[in-house]
Design a protein around this ligand. Sequence first.
Ligand code: ARG
Length: 457
Amino acid sequence: MTLWGGAFSSPTEDAVRRLNDSLRFDWRLYDADIDGSIAWARAVADAGVITAAERDTLADGLERIRLEFQRGEFVSAPGDEDIHTAVERRLTEIVGAVAGKLHTGRSRNDQVATDVLLWVLAAQEKLTSALTVFLAALRRQAQNGDNLVMPGFTHFQPAQPITVAQWWLSHFWALVRDVERLETMAVAWRHKCPLGSGALSGTPYDIDRQRLAESLGFEAASPNSLDSVADRDHVADFLYALAMIGIHISRLAEDLIIFANPSFGFVRLDERYSTGSSLMPQKRNPDPLELARGKAGRLIGHLSGLLATLKGLPSGYNKDLQEDKEPLFDAYDTLAALLPPLTGLVNTLTMNADRMRAALIESMLATDLADYLVGKGIPFRQAHGLAGQVVRLAEQKRVELSQLTLDDYRSISDVFESDVVKVFDYDAAVARRRASGGTGDTERQITLAESWLKQRV
Ligand code: ARG
């Protein structure tokens, strides 16, 4: 059975059929396709196109097909071009000729647009909860690191001391933005149900599209049928959101790869989350983190690939749009496979407080030295210069800042007094930065993170 062919006198070439067929990947839309078809059967029944009894027969048959898919019992037939064809073919086998009434006033163009949108909405919810579990692991580690101090970097050079919590939370809040981005996008997606757009020009039957949209969990029907059948903005949105998640996870992974390097030794990965080398017995490789970093490239690729597919399409549906599915599914699968092992990796890694503290160097307090002078009334710009001279003198004498004598300090500025030694306290430097968002404000951030998470479980 095919859904078309009345006007054709010869069958499709096998190679063309193989190129055209999409069931091998779009079978994953079966739930959405069946939901959409049941909703459509109700809408055409309400419009008086089919009887209530026919509607019920169609809905029962469709539910049976859903069960076959769920149980892995669905058997495809040679003519099953795509999920829509496969479902209608099977429906015909189950309920007979009345199956032929289901597609009245509908096209595969509005059908596939609806299916993909429903799939994206469901995927968004699943991904959001997997991300939330990952975020809980980051928050837990932030709590463990609330009193630990480590070097903070800019340009990957020693910059200022921060708490380990501040570092974990920096990744936490980036991923919170990603979850919120997805949630905001989903609100917009729920306002444009495409069903009832027909092939391009709308449906000639008296369909209440608002009611139809609501029956599928949407807030509103799309405003224009021609736009609607070709609109894949939600796929681009979703792929962008996933690429950003990939980028954020990749940056976290890169930090952890560096920190797990024995030259740093800030963290140690649990053995279950690292791998060995076939040649070098001492190796503990952070493979899951490297894969997280690597897969970000793949996610970015899916976004740019889809954008290139969309660019330059003439109005209405074009078969190019079938190319939306493989990147969409793969991007989702990539993150769905990545998040659970990364959650385990974060939950089980241990932090080495001694190594982190040992990596602190007093020149990371040079800003605090300038602030000390500001406290004595020196304008910051001048204080910055004087503190720089102190750093240089310490370098020349090959000593730490605190090992310079008071005379050394006073040779640079007589504003320095014996209380300058108080500057050389990493914990105090951290605690001073208690203005909201600073590294001295992590306790409040941790509470905020906790309540953010609570709202989502
Ligand atoms: N498999 C197609 C897709 O994914 C379904 C829509 C086909 N529409 C058409 N007019 N041939 O885009």
